[in-house]
Design a protein around this ligand. Structure first.
Ligand code: GLV
Ligand code: MN
Ligand code: MN
Length: 386
């Protein structure tokens, strides 16, 4: 399955993946998901927010056990972030069937829509809409880089944007959620275990900084006459680094838009997006306030995800089933965190990543470790289904 997916949305020059939500690549991935469900005789359901569910057994007989992840990608991402969880979910079902098992509860594979937020800026859109933490009106109005709203994009994909919103019926079917994911750090390296279990997700958020200036000619405007928004932006980047070290958190400006974008003109505006995360919410908030106050920019919070502490009895049960697998926190956001915050008992399995690199084409997991992930996931599902 991973070999089939390798070809979808791949930038042939860089080897990275570009799989924005509802792009042709994403639509192809969604068709792939439907095909895998059909091949296994699973019943497909597309919920009002566009999340895909493939059910083994009648969901009405639930609440069921759900596993899966997402198929969209950050721009120029790697092959495992998201797809590994979906592929492993289907493979775990295959393994359970090979063993002659029939689940005592309905079991589903889910593919959440737009986990990365690469297109509209807000991460975990499918699970946030499902659980009601993202206002559907706000979601419909979010714009992509082309200026198209999510409502426009959904309509073009044949979906009804007015259907977006909290979905109690779908949510009630999810008794427990287990997401398998490639590890996005080196926490498992050196621990002698290919699979670990998540304890928590750091609080994290994204903020948009708009620096206003005055566009003018690069060759004729004297330095002291300039109102160049690139300068406060550059200061903010350096300040963020120093403040992050002082507060013991992480701060990243990974996306910048410069208007109008001429090499021979002082820009009129710079917009930049700050991603800030850390073990402690207060420290993250302190960094963002400090940067906001000193930057001279207009700052808006585009998303905030509070700390997630995964259900401890479930976590311990899962780790125990896997022979006391290592338990570790992560700084990466996941749909499992959104579901956990909405009260759905949730757990995560991480598959060892030898370099720790992720959100990059260099992301990697060894085939043997991926297989160990499938075996681990199938044991966990088997235990949860009985
Ligand atoms: C999701 O991958 C994130 O940005 O944490
Ligand atoms: Mn990711
Ligand atoms: Mn992911």
């Amino acid at each position: 399955m991973l070999e089939v997916l390798e070809e979808i949305g791949r930038d042939r020059d860089s080897g990275g993946y570009v799989r924005d939500a509802w792009s042709p690549a994403d639509l192809e991935l969604r068709e792939w998901f439907k095909g895998e469900a059909a091949r296994r005789g699973l019943d497909l359901d597309v919920d009002r927010n566009g999340n895909l569910w493939a059910w083994w057994g009648d969901p009405a007989a639930g609440p069921g056990v759900v596993t899966g992840s997402h198929l969209d990608s950050v721009r120029q991402g790697g092959p495992f972030d998201g797809p590994l969880g979906v592929v492993s979910a289907f493979a775990a079902i295959d393994l359970m069937r090979e063993r002659g098992l029939t689940p005592g509860r309905p079991l589903a594979v889910v593919c959440f829509t737009d986990e990365e937020g690469a297109r509209f800026g807000v991460p975990c859109i499918g699970s946030r809409l499902l659980t009601g933490v993202l206002d559907p009106e706000r979601a419909r109005g979010l714009r992509d880089d082309e200026g198209d709203t999510m409502a426009d994009v959904l309509r073009r994909a044949g979906r009804d944007p007015m259907a977006l919103g909290r979905d109690d019926e779908t949510l009630a079917r999810v008794g427990v959620f287990v997401e398998l994911h490639v590890e996005q750090g080196r926490g498992l390296v050196g621990k002698g275990a290919p699979v670990g279990v998540a304890s928590s997700i750091w609080p994290h958020g994204r903020w948009r900084f708009d620096f206003q200036g005055t566009a003018d000619h690069a060759g004729t405007t004297r330095l002291h006459d300039r109102d160049d928004p690139m300068l406060p932006f550059a200061r903010a980047v350096l300040t963020a680094r120093v403040a992050a070290e002082r507060h013991g958190v992480l701060a990243t400006f990974g996306k910048v838009r410069v208007w109008p974008g001429n090499a021979n003109a002082i820009p009129g505006r710079v917009s930049a997006w700050l991603d800030a995360r850390g073990a402690g919410e207060r420290a993250v908030r302190a960094l963002v306030s400090e940067l906001t106050l000193g930057s001279g920019a207009t700052v808006s919070e585009e998303s905030w995800t509070p700390v997630v502490d995964f259900d401890v009895p479930l976590r311990d049960k899962v780790a125990g089933l896997l022979g006391d697998a290592p338990i570790l926190p992560t700084g990466a956001g996941h749909d499992a965190g959104i579901l956990a915050s909405a009260g759905v008992p949730s757990a995560m399995l991480f598959v060892r990543n030898p370099t720790g690199v992720s959100h990059s084409p260099a992301e990697h997991a060894d085939a043997d470790d991926c297989r160990a992930g499938v075996t681990a996931l199938s044991s966990v599902l088997e235990a949860l289904c009985t």
